[in-house]
Design a protein around this ligand. Structure first.
Ligand SMILES: CC(=O)SCCNC(=O)CCNC(=O)[C@H](O)C(C)(C)COP(=O)(O)OP(=O)(O)OC[C@H]1O[C@@H](n2cnc3c(N)ncnc32)[C@H](O)[C@@H]1OP(=O)(O)O
Ligand SMILES: O=C([O-])CC(=O)C(=O)O
Length: 371
């Protein structure tokens, strides 16, 4: 038995949800470029959950269900008020999702119908939780979700208390479409491992949120923003990146386990970053990002991943840095829950082996004889 570090190249599940064969990302067979161009996030979630795009009636029903389920229990709002104001927002989200299970009497019902409804419920509630905490920590009261608007619209409204402009809604919606699913990435794998024990969906999503939080995965978008801020100006990009590369430090938002010739989502986010910069009359963040990309790609051959340009996009949408990864979680929840449902459809506990590298034939030494 020989272990493969990081399970690189190991095929650990079958799935018909999304594919990244030959560097082409597709949701249920539909190329991500088409999805980014035409689909809304609600359509994307439906596609991931059901395997086909919704017709008018199916989409209307999903939107209705999302709307009906978007409030969170008052008791959770009271809990959010008790959390430290400077807590990690991903830790808050992870804790809140775990707490939501306590107030859902269907939490342990693992029937397909109950889990499908819980997927919708979580999809509707995550934005409300994040926006509520973001307001509470600023000393403001959380806002109730608006009925009949998209998740992107509602999230921006609940965050700011004002009706978002159409450009911002479209940009956030597209970002949600682009992040929705990605084959067997670390957080999805974690969700599948957890649900495969036949525990409840809240436990699996809690695992997934904890996994997405790390800077090698979803947390990289926040680290990218730290880097762009540290660089601060176009002239500073080159010395900054040279220094990092000389010190053999990682450049966040670059590289990918599977994509070696570029992440097909990055170009869409790059385009959005440019457009938002031009519209706002300030392309500094975009310009610094492009410079960083040319330096890192030129010198290391590493390409930007989905997290790189999303940092400047979210910042230009006025979103605080520590909400970037929670936004990723809002989107990826659709993929996580699709994978959880798929895992349960044909379940077997996920239990690989480890290559043991420790000692054999050791003896128990009584404590008084130990050195
Ligand atoms: C949504 C997402 O999760 S997308 C990924 C988000 N994460 C990041 O952006 C963090 C930065 N990137 C990375 O840490 C990595 O590229 C990962 C985690 C994405 C992929 O990791 P792996 O598949 O294990 O790549 P691995 O670490 O083997 O990289 C191969 C080589 O490229 C180097 N490398 C990879 N990424 C980077 C980077 N961002 N900056 C500098 N060097 C890098 C590695 O140091 C390694 O060099 P070596 O062979 O000299 O040791
Ligand atoms: O697939 C991966 O390893 C990481 C990634 O790009 C994602 O989760 O979107």
């Amino acid at each position: 038995m020989t272990a493969t570090k990081g399970l690189e190249g190991v095929v650990a599940a079958t799935s018909s949800i999304s594919s990244i064969e030959d560097g082409v990302l597709a949701y249920r067979g539909i190329n991500i470029d088409e999805m980014a161009e035409h689909a809304t996030f609600e359509e994307t979630a439906y596609l991931l959950w059901h395997g086909h795009l919704p017709n008018h009636q199916e989409l209307a029903e999903l939107k209705q269900l999302l709307s009906e389920n978007s409030t969170i229990p008052d008791v959770l709002i009271e809990q959010l008020k008790l959390y430290p104001k400077d807590a990690s927002t991903m830790a808050v989200l992870r804790t809140a999702v775990s707490a939501l299970a306590l107030y859902d009497e269907t939490a342990n019902d693992n029937s397909k119908e109950a889990n499908q409804l819980k997927a919708i419920k979580l999809q509707a509630q995550l934005p409300t939780v994040i926006a509520a905490y973001a307001r509470i920590r600023e000393g403001k009261e959380p806002l109730a979700p608006l009925p009949g608007v998209s998740i992107a619209h509602n999230f921006l409204y609940m965050l700011t208390g004002t009706e978002p402009d159409a450009t911002s809604v479209v940009a956030l919606d597209k970002a949600l479409v682009l992040h929705a699913d990605h084959e067997l990435n670390a957080s999805t794998f974690s969700a599948r491992v957890t649900i495969a024990t036949l525990t409840d969906i809240y436990s699996a999503i809690t695992s997934a949120i904890g996994t997405l939080k790390g800077p090698l995965h979803g947390g990289a978008n926040e680290a990218v923003m730290d880097m762009l801020r540290e660089i601060g100006s176009l002239e500073n990009a080159e010395p900054y990146i040279q220094r990092k590369l000389q010190n053999k430090e990682k450049i966040m938002g670059f590289g990918h386990r599977v994509y070696k010739n570029g992440d097909p989502r990055a170009k869409h986010l790059q385009k959005m970053s440019r457009q938002l910069g031009l519209m706002q009359g300030d392309t500094t963040l975009f310009d610094i990002s492009v410079k960083v990309e040319s330096l890192v790609t030129g010198q290391k051959g590493l390409q930007p991943n989905v997290d790189f340009y999303s940092a400047s996009v979210y910042t230009m949408l006025g979103i605080p840095k520590d909400l970037f990864t929670p936004i990723f979680a809002i989107s990826r929840l659709s993929g996580w829950t699709a994978h959880i449902l798929e895992q349960l459809d044909n379940n077997r506990i996920i239990r690989p082996r480890a290559e043991y590298t420790g000692q054999f034939n050791q003896q128990y030494i009584p404590i008084e004889l130990r050195q």
